[in-house]
Write a protein that binds this ligand. Structure first.
Ligand code: ADP
Length: 232
């Protein structure tokens, strides 16, 4: 299979892969949507993809989640299948076609979450070893309380897996959610240096964050010789 043939890696890929990561409520979707609109308005070919969105897989994942019948391993495998489906059908071919691919969560989400759920990190890493390294990973860093308040304001109920209730951290779902998110933050933090994350202060105003994000995107466009008339 072409995607899995490591000798092809990055050779023919003209496109740019930009990833946002961070816990729920860190503001990453807000930022990547603004980048999406900005790049499209400048005439770039952009493709947006988000975690857990494969049409082929998401139905079964959703069923398993609703019944709370997933183990850490089956949870991990379903998400990696979802990712593989999107990678083969969209991410890989569009990168080869020169698109800017914007990914709301990438393999780092699996590495962080599945490890917190007790899966062996090397096992998870191995499952995603075909995935191309992004050109930029923005990591949105926020205190747990900020993120949690953004998410739970107006939400009467958290979902079972979202709150990490499968881990037995607390009987109270909000408390479980806090502990779970805290552990995910620790996992993200452990990746910052090795994976060259660009850390964005997610507590700043949306516009200030967007300025920093755009500056970094412009740098990569320049490096890859992809500047249109974009400077604005
Ligand atoms: P994520 O994708 O990381 O879960 P979102 O971008 O969906 O986060 O943002 C979660 C909530 O927080 C949304 O209601 C959004 O409007 C709000 N939000 C995003 N960025 C900021 C910010 N910098 N300051 C205050 N609220 C924000």
């Amino acid at each position: 299979m072409q995607v899995l043939n490591k000798s092809n890696e990055n050779k023919n890929e003209e496109g740019i892969l930009i990833v946002v990561e961070g816990i729920d409520g860190s503001g990453k979707s807000t930022q990547i949507h603004l980048v999406d609109r900005w790049l499209r308005s400048k005439g770039y070919d952009v493709f947006f993809t988000e975690w857990n969105s494969s049409e082929t897989v998401k139905e079964i994942t959703s069923k398993g989640k609703k019944k709370a019948s997933l183990t850490p391993m089956t949870f991990s495998l379903l998400h990696s299948t979802d990712f593989a489906d999107r990678y083969e059908k969209n991410i890989y071919p569009l990168l080869r076609a020169g698109y800017i691919v914007l990914a709301d969560r990438y393999i780092y989400t699996a590495l962080a979450r599945d490890t917190v759920r007790g899966c062996e990190k090397s096992w998870v890493k191995n499952m995603y070893n075909y995935a191309r390294k992004p050109d930029i990973v923005f990591y949105f860093k926020v205190p747990i309380e900020t993120a949690v308040n953004r998410i739970i304001s107006g939400r009467p109920k958290l979902k079972h897996y979202e709150a990490g209730m499968d881990l037995g951290l607390s009987k109270d779902e909000y408390e479980s959610y806090r502990i779970f998110q805290g552990r995910i933050v620790d996992e993200y933090e452990s990746m910052v240096a090795d994976e060259n994350f660009i850390v964005i202060d997610g507590t700043l105003e949306i516009e200030r964050q967007q300025n920093t994000v755009r500056r970094n995107v412009l740098n990569i466009l320049k490096t890859k010789n992809k500047i249109h008339d974009i400077i604005s």
